[in-house]
Design a protein around this ligand. Structure first.
Ligand SMILES: Cc1cc2nc3c(=O)[nH]c(=O)nc-3n(C[C@H](O)[C@H](O)[C@H](O)COP(=O)(O)O)c2cc1C
Length: 327
């Protein structure tokens, strides 16, 4: 498939996912409400090597509901694009894959890690970690029908007494998965405690396919430590990228001036406004705005003003003249 990859100009090939070369070793994590096309584009411009969509429910795909086409929309510049889907029903997941493959993603990923009760308690996301045999069925079926690599994003197990990450990883590799991304927590932990990088190292050692490590990477030092501890092929960054796309360029957040932040905020607002429209874009941008401004001292009430200002124009006008007290 023809692929223009702006990372190819700045990053060497670090590894392959099936036949897909991955330029760079840092990856924006799939995140519902965050890894939309505007944020992925921005992260790519800073060096994120893969563009994962937010997870999409196979039921939504099959029924064509809940803005599926918007959540799977992407720009050519984002390639390689990873469509992430979730479900617990092998037949429906294969049907969903057949529906979305014509949209020409580069990689198809199955979420085996979502800890939200609405997902995991029905046996999808991290719920599938309790059904290794079903994971085998799902992956074998997907690999059979998919012309593109199929990958998985997993957690370490359901809880601390059922840590089955090595078993799951071996099943995935045996079923033909081309890469595994690992968030080093259990479903029970959700986001508490710490990501267990030692467990990611065990998976990496046991696998021939590439492994991407994930969990609690917030600084450049964390990136290097994760790589050293786990030996992983890539590092996936979620919350540490909020308000900080510079992490994908390996630039320390502390070194970024307010002027640079202003420029990126305005670019991000533009990207969101052109993607979601002039009414919805600025509203959805508010969470990013708060994250961008969190390192800075601002006059009292300024953030409240910014996140309640009603129009795109008023928000943009305020950002253009915004002054930080600590620049
Ligand atoms: C707001 C939010 C939404 C998320 N949505 C997804 C998702 O759609 N698919 C997925 O695989 N993981 C999702 N995750 C988990 C992240 O991809 C990642 O595994 C987790 O945040 C740990 O990495 P971090 O410490 O770098 O944030 C989400 C996390 C957050 C904070």
């Amino acid at each position: 498939m023809a692929m223009r990859n702006i990372n190819a100009e700045i990053n060497p090939i670090r590894f392959h996912i099936g036949n897909i070369p991955v330029f760079g070793d840092l990856v924006l994590a799939p995140m519902a409400g965050y890894s939309d096309s505007p944020n992925r584009l921005l992260a790519r411009r800073f060096g994120s090597a893969l563009s994962y969509t937010e997870f999409v429910n196979a039921i939504d795909i099959v029924q064509d509901i809940n803005r599926v086409s918007q959540r799977l929309a992407f720009q050519p510049e984002e390639r390689p694009v990873v469509f992430q889907i979730f479900d617990n029903d092998p037949t429906r997941i294969v049907r969903a894959a057949e529906i979305i493959l014509p949209l020409q993603p580069d990689i198809l990923d199955i979420n085996l890690g979502c800890s939200a009760r609405s997902v995991s308690n029905r046996g999808a996301g991290a719920g599938l970690l309790r059904r290794p045999e079903l994971i085998d069925v799902i992956f074998k079926a997907l690999v059979r029908i998919s012309p593109i690599p199929v990958t998985a994003k997993i957690r370490l197990g359901w809880d601390e007494v059922s840590l089955n990450y090595l078993e799951i990883s071996k099943i995935l590799e045996g079923a033909g998965a081309s890469m595994i991304a690992v968030h080093g927590r259990t479903k029970r932990q959700a986001y508490s405690g710490a990501s267990n990088w030692q467990a990611i190292a065990e998976i990496k050692q046991a696998m021939r396919i590439p492994v991407i490590g994930n969990g609690d990477v917030r600084t450049l030092a964390d990136i290097e430590k994760m790589k050293a501890v786990t030996g992983c092929d890539g590092v996936m960054i979620g919350r540490g990228s909020f308000g900080n796309p510079w992490i994908f360029s390996r630039r320390e957040h502390e070194s970024i001036s307010f002027e640079e932040t202003r420029k990126v905020m305005l670019d991000h607002l533009e990207l969101m406004t052109s993607f979601y429209g002039i009414d919805r874009g600025p509203i959805l941008f508010r969470k990013h705005l708060k994250a961008y401004l969190s390192p800075y001292k601002l006059p009292k009430g300024t953030i409240t003003h910014l996140v309640t200002t009603p129009t795109y124009k008023s928000l943009k006008d305020m950002l253009v003249v915004l002054v930080s007290l600590n620049t």
